[in-house]
Design a protein around this ligand. Structure first.
Ligand code: IVH
Length: 736
């Protein structure tokens, strides 16, 4: 490519990227997938790297934040809006039923009753009625905070303005969707008017509901099925099916396909019936939702972090399509993982054009790792004919390869052993399928991915600082390390902020971002821990660690103290592996205890205690503790983390959980529980902010002892730990 061709190509890319930005920010129908967008941007960067003179000041991606569709007020849901776990086959459904029966400790005799409802493929909406009048409609958003779309919801015929005989406070939840016929007619009208058409009914419904001008929504034929509720001042019924009947009596449309089923066999029969009727329904459904019918069981079962234990979505098998594998790109993620991405000849799968698919890792390409779910046999080569499906209807994956259609000149794919971004060696640890860039913070790809993770919703949740903004600030050199986010404002002295001068930004948007950044300084410790992006440290572990340590300093002191033990642990495991191999070779007995002991010999009691403290936290364990110790003991990483913490003032663990009588207490259950199962007792105690431990120690606050309690009760007595029976426990937590 000569300079002239490069300039023309950069111009072409600039136009494409600007159009994509606009579609991304102002429309609900992004024109490019993220991967396609990234590919264009990488091409742009590559050309700019070869022809630095042609580099435009604003860099690739241009026009950040073009008029974000930010015109809706925010609504905090009184009761969180959750998503559902998935089942894909009869085994998953049987396990769902078995899990619930175990949790509720039901005898094997009677079948458990469920409802089976179609899973409507639209977007969920929460309608709040007070005194029978509709006062607010909100989208799901992140489950906790959604968008206020009241004016738009009022234009939907299926949504009543007033209810007769409803509870004083009633939040009705359900799905907004568009029928096939209305979708086709809308797209015809849009095409005639030269306006954009929608890829599928769900996008059309979303785009129509999220209109700032409710006159436009009014002209779009949206519908609504009610299937759930949030806050209610009095119960709707005793059962899920009864509650649906009640909602129908109040004037809501409920699905006529819903049935009450007894046991998993019945559920699967209903699933098959709904699947057979799918094409005739006239609107999109993507599965069948099963819910425990008895609402008192639902209440006992409660929730995991984002999904109810009492419901599951049994998804229809994904649609598939065959196309050609044209190339393989390697992307570098937050933890340095090299992720191969298939570049495909574009093909329509389930109504969406797909041109990229994940290829997991090098073993998956080689055909030696199933990648969790694929059924493919044989390796993948560039040029192969491959079958694509959309897993969970979102991320495209390769399901199969047609070896008979393999081009004769196709060669085995050789996975690179260096990082495509920073050039550092990319290594595979023994037993791992993932190859990782060893560049750490010197690798721009890892740096940027970590920054994106840190500011994401579940972490510091900085509004207005999305992926594209992070990339742009990084390219400009404004934000390189996490702490830079918090000094962004002072970066350019007292004069007019450089940010406000930036293309696509102004005084208001810059001011909003700085305010959002300030607000992020006091995010909870749990969010900060999660935001660090340490391997294996997910949201749940973040909360567990925050609950245990309460402050960053307490956490960091323990991690530092535990680090020598972490080294010993790793060394011990490696030595044990070598010893096992030696024993196998020589036919002798492996002296595992001896080699482990040797590895731990020089570890101080303090280090052991700190290691035990961390690994003893329910849900933490050795793997995570190792990863944490590694992250905090690498000097460069530690400096970046300390600098970040210097800018933060993390809030103590979530206030809600602090309120109750057992919040912060360490509880041990022992003996037989008669009113609930162990799992249920543990989950409920944790939901109230207690820590549940398996053994009694000086740190134990309460021992709940059922019949048959043995040594733990004795130990508790010795240590003077408060001991109570199950009934006393239930009355303590207000649940007698
Ligand atoms: S119940 C706490 N029932 O599926 C459970 N959800 O994948 C709340 N959906 O966010 C959901 N049809 O938008 C429920 N009959 C149905 C549904 C349904 C569609 C959607 C809903 C939810 C998503 C979860």
């Amino acid at each position: 490519m000569d300079a002239k061709a490069a300039a023309a190509e950069l111009e072409r890319l600039a136009v494409l990227l600007a159009a994509a930005d606009l579609a991304y920010h102002t429309a609900d129908a992004p024109e490019l997938t993220d991967a396609e967008y990234d590919a264009l941007k990488r091409r742009n960067l590559a050309i700019e790297a070869r022809f630095p003179d042609l580099r435009r000041p604003e860099g690739p991606g241009g026009k950040v934040g073009a008029a974000p569709a930010d015109g809706f007020g925010k609504v905090r849901h009184a009761v969180r809006m959750l998503s559902l776990g998935n089942a894909f086959n009869a085994t998953d459904v049987a396990e769902f039923d078995a899990r619930i029966r175990r949790y509720l400790d039901l005898s094997d005799g009677a079948l458990l009753a469920y409802t089976a409802e179609p899973k409507i493929d639209g977007l969920s909406l929460s309608l709040r009625y007070e005194g029978g009048a509709l006062i607010r409609a909100a989208t799901r958003g992140n489950g906790e905070v959604g968008e206020d779309v009241t004016a738009n919801a009022r234009t939907i015929d299926d949504i009543p303005e007033r209810l007769d005989g409803a509870p004083d406070t009633l939040e009705v939840r359900g799905e907004v969707y568009m029928s096939h016929a209305d979708f086709a007619a809308l797209n015809d009208r849009q095409a005639e008017a030269g306006a954009k058409t929608f890829a599928n009914p769900r996008n059309a419904a979303a785009g129509s509901l999220r209109q700032l001008d409710s006159a436009i929504t009014a002209a779009r034929p949206l519908r609504f099925f009610a299937y759930a509720w949030g806050e209610v001042s009095e119960p709707l019924a005793d059962t899920q099916s009864g509650a649906l009947d009640r909602l129908a009596a109040l004037g809501f449309v409920t699905s006529p396909e819903t049935r009450r089923c007894e046991g998993p066999g019945d559920l699967l029969r209903r699933y098959a019936e709904i699947a057979a009727a799918r094409a005739e329904l006239g609107y999109d459904i993507d599965g069948v939702v099963y819910k425990v019918d008895d609402l008192s069981y639902q209440a006992r079962l409660g929730f995991r972090s984002t999904t109810p234990r009492w419901a599951i979505a049994h998804k229809f098998p994904a649609e598939t399509a065959w196309t050609r594998l044209e190339g393989i790109d390697i992307q570098v993620g937050r933890t340095g993982a090299l992720s191969p991405v298939a570049r495909l000849r574009p093909v329509t799968v389930g109504g969406v054009v797909v041109s990229n698919a994940t290829l997991h890792n090098e073993d998956y390409i080689a055909g030696t790792d199933a990648g969790g779910e694929a059924i493919r046999v044989g390796d993948l080569r560039i040029g192969d004919r491959v079958e694509i499906y959309r897993a969970g209807d979102v991320i495209p994956k390769v399901r199969d390869v047609d070896l008979s259609a393999r081009p004769p000149d196709a060669v085995p794919y050789i996975f690179r052993t260096d990082c495509p971004v920073c050039g550092s060696p990319a290594l595979r640890e023994p037993g791992e399928s993932v190859r990782r860039c060893t560049g750490g913070l010197i690798c721009a790809a890892q740096r940027v991915a970590r920054l994106k993770h840190l500011v994401s919703r579940a972490a510091l949740d900085i509004d207005g600082l999305g992926d594209r903004e992070v990339e742009r600030f990084h390219e400009l050199g404004w934000v390189r390390a996490p702490a830079d986010i918090f000094t962004l404002r002072s970066l350019h002295g007292d004069g007019p902020d450089a940010l406000a001068q930036l293309d696509g930004w102004g005084e208001t948007s810059a001011g909003n971002l700085f305010a959002a950044i300030e607000a992020a300084r006091t995010r909870t410790l749990a969010r900060v821990l999660f935001g660090l992006g340490i391997r294996h440290l997910g949201e749940v572990a973040g909360r567990d660690l925050a609950r245990h340590f309460e402050t960053w300093d307490a956490f960091a002191v323990t991690v530092d103290a535990a680090t020598p033990a972490a080294h010993a642990h790793r060394w011990a495991e490696e030595a044990a592996m070598a010893e096992r191999a030696r024993a196998k070779r020589t036919g002798e007995r492996a002296a595992l205890a001896r080699v482990r002991q040797a590895a731990w010999a020089d570890v101080s009691p303090e280090a052991r205690a700190a290691w035990d403290d961390l690994t003893g936290i329910d849900g933490v364990g050795a793997t995570l503790t190792l990863a944490i110790c590694d992250a905090l003991s690498a000097p460069q990483e530690r400096a970046a983390i300390d600098a970040l913490l210097g800018e933060l003032d993390p809030a103590p663990p979530e206030a809600a959980a602090d309120a109750g009588p057992v919040a912060g207490k360490t509880v041990v259950f022992t003996g037989t529980l008669e009113r609930m199962t162990r799992a249920e007792a543990k989950a409920r105690a944790e939901a109230l902010g207690a820590k549940v431990s398996g053994s009694v120690s000086g740190k134990t606050d309460i021992l709940v002892a059922g019949p048959g309690a043995g040594s733990k009760a004795v130990k508790a007595r010795e240590l003077g730990v408060e001991t109570m029976d199950e009934d006393a426990w239930l009355s303590l937590i207000g649940d007698a």
